[in-house]
Write a new protein. Structure first.
Lengths: 115, 114
């Protein structure tokens, strides 16, 4: 069955330290993979996506993600966390059907960056 | 400014009283979708639309209706709301029905059904 999972409900990291938010997937064929961020009382914002090509994808606000096909993972990373990065992060995978697709989200990971 | 708008932003209603949440995008996007967000469950898709007059069920369509009469608008209708539909709702749009394009989200509508 096709699925997407975020194994950590919450991640705490000190300001200035590197951060990682994990995502794993189960998809038949080559996947498209997305990360979105939700700041408090806001809608979701697109951060980055993997379509094809280079396994390291760079996105908004200094975030990047590494596609690892053998481990079926797409972890979100940032070299140096900011307090303003504190938010809810969602990994998402579109599952294609007949002529269209449905975007399926992981349950989200709450990132707290501690000053 | 390119955006997805939703109205109302907050709504408190009673069981059984029909309501409509409007969604509009100004980006000439082909694909539109509705999601609900609940604690511990993430976002789940309610309905989506690939283009005008083309809609399909998502993962949790029960109790909801949608229509897509114009490209820019995609209202969500709750004909007889129940307390289990208390949730945070998001509308989203994407330039194409193809899955490689990112979605743009509205600010959300917080619905409480008593």
């Amino acid at each position: 069955a096709q699925s997407v999972a975020q194994p950590e409900d919450q991640v705490n990291v000190a300001e200035g330290n590197p951060l990682t938010v994990k995502c794993t997937y189960s998809v038949s064929g080559n996947p498209y993979l997305f990360w979105y961020v939700q700041y408090p009382n806001r809608g979701l914002q697109f951060l980055l996506k993997y379509i094809t090509g280079d396994n390291l994808v760079k996105g908004s606000y200094g975030f990047e993600a590494e596609f690892n096909k053998s481990q079926t993972s797409f972890h979100l990373k940032k070299p140096s966390a900011l307090v303003s990065d504190s938010a809810l992060y969602f990994c998402a995978v579109p599952f294609s059907g007949a002529g269209s697709y449905q975007l399926t989200f992981g349950k989200g990971t709450k990132l707290s960056v501690i000053p | 400014e390119a955006q997805v708008t939703q109205n109302p932003r907050y709504l408190i209603t009673v069981t059984g009283k029909k309501l409509t949440v409007t969604c509009s995008q100004n980006m000439n996007h082909e694909y539109m979708s509705w999601y609900r967000q609940d604690p511990g469950l993430g976002l789940r898709q309610i309905y989506y639309s690939m283009n005008v007059e083309v809609t399909d069920k998502g993962d949790v369509p029960e109790g909801y209706k949608v229509s897509r009469k114009e490209k820019r608008n995609f209202p969500l209708i709750l004909e007889s709301p129940s307390p289990n539909q208390t949730s945070l709702y998001f509308c989203a749009s994407s330039r194409s029905r193809e899955p490689q394009y990112e979605q743009y989200f509205g600010p959300g509508t917080r619905l409480t059904v008593t």
